[in-house]
Design a protein around this ligand. Structure first.
Ligand code: TMP
Length: 236
């Protein structure tokens, strides 16, 4: 496997081509951003932790027959994945109300969503990733009705798998963001990453935040908590 040119650089990862046209390398950076990159900070070692944590989640999902772009972990910061056409819709699953939904709709903090709530956001930094609805996705031709149906089913199944697994590790899965992509044959697969950057993890006992809210809310010790998440996931 040969690493070739940079194809794309996002806020948390860089995507490189390889000598195989259907595979790319995702390189995890140490940079953290929030509020559409208006706030930035470098956390030494964050990329390594997220690569490990995301690999572990992708392997878990594979065991449960969830189709993902993940192939294998290549190094501390690199993951080999299938090249996909990213669907520009961020899919957020919420089990408890916190964050933007509390601010936007005035829903009381920690209100439980049963069934879990699924929301769509347009993946567009210039517009600040605005919330959109099913009809917007169709009107903008971002995905077909069958694809949205598949994405919703996968998102709920992923929520079940991750929630149960994390609960055993003493972590409450409050909410998270997913991105999906299409393989060349049109198959919808989970793409991007699942990590403390893209999820809210609360300690089941203490309620402490073990995710990127440590940075968003200036709570400190971000890498210490990411280490703790990895430690628990690995059963150490
Ligand atoms: P929110 O409450 O700010 O809308 O965030 C919901 C979930 O989505 C939370 O787990 C953090 C995650 N998220 C991202 O991964 N990327 C983003 O750009 C945003 C805004 C949230």
């Amino acid at each position: 496997m040969e690493k070739r040119e940079k194809l794309y650089e996002g806020k948390a990862k860089i995507i490189y081509a390889t000598d195989e046209p259907d595979k790319v390398i995702a390189y995890y950076k140490d940079e953290a951003t929030a509020f559409n990159a208006q706030k930035r900070e470098l956390y030494q070692g964050k990329g390594v932790l997220n690569n490990k944590i995301a690999s572990l989640f992708f392997e878990l999902l594979k065991k449960h027959n969830i189709p993902t772009h993940y192939i294998k972990q290549l190094s501390d910061r690199e993951m080999l994945v299938y090249k996909v056409e990213i669907i520009p819709v961020e899919v957020v699953v919420r089990n408890l109300a916190t964050g933007s939904i509390v601010k936007r709709l005035g829903i009381p903090e920690k209100t439980e969503f049963k069934p879990p709530l699924i929301e769509f956001y347009l993946k567009n930094d210039e517009l600040g990733d605005p919330i959109i609805c099913y009809e917007h996705i169709l009107a903008m031709n971002l995905a077909k009705p069958e694809e949205i149906e598949t994405i919703k089913k996968l998102a709920l199944k992923i929520n079940e798998i991750l929630s149960e697994f994390l609960k055993e590790k003493g972590i409450l899965l409050v909410d998270f963001k997913l991105e999906f992509g299409r393989l060349p044959d049109g198959t919808i697969v989970l793409a991007d990453e699942i990590s403390p950057d893209t999820c809210r993890f609360w300690d089941l006992k203490t309620g402490e935040r073990m995710d990127k809210d440590r940075f968003r809310l200036d709570l400190g010790d971000l890498t210490k908590y990411y280490e703790e998440v990895l430690k628990r996931l690995e059963g150490r």
